[in-house]
Design a protein around this ligand. Structure first.
Ligand SMILES: [Zn+2]
Length: 65
C-alpha cells in the first residue's frame, strides 16, 4: 500500500494521475495498471483500470470464482 503523502519519486503527480474507471481509485504506479484504448471517429480514447478485475467488471466479463 502506497502512502499518497510520502515521496514516491518519479514525476507522478496525484493531480495528473489517471483514475480507475470502475472504482475511481487513483492509479499511482500500480503494477497491475491496465489501459484500454480504442479509436472512435478518428479519436483515440483511453480508459484506465487499476487491475484486471476492474477492467473485466467494466467490460462485462466476470471472472469465474
Ligand atoms: Zn479499480
Amino acid at each position: 500500500m502506497i502512502d499518497p503523502t510520502s515521496d514516491i519519486g518519479e514525476d507522478v503527480d496525484e493531480s495528473t494521475a489517471p483514475t480507475c474507471h470502475t472504482c475511481g481509485k487513483k492509479i499511482m504506479q500500480e503494477p497491475d495498471h491496465r489501459v484500454v484504448s480504442w479509436v472512435k471517429d478518428g479519436d483515440i480514447s483511453h480508459l484506465h483500470f487499476c487491475d484486471d478485475e476492474c477492467r473485466e467488471a467494466w467490460s462485462g466479463r466476470r471472472p469465474t470464482p
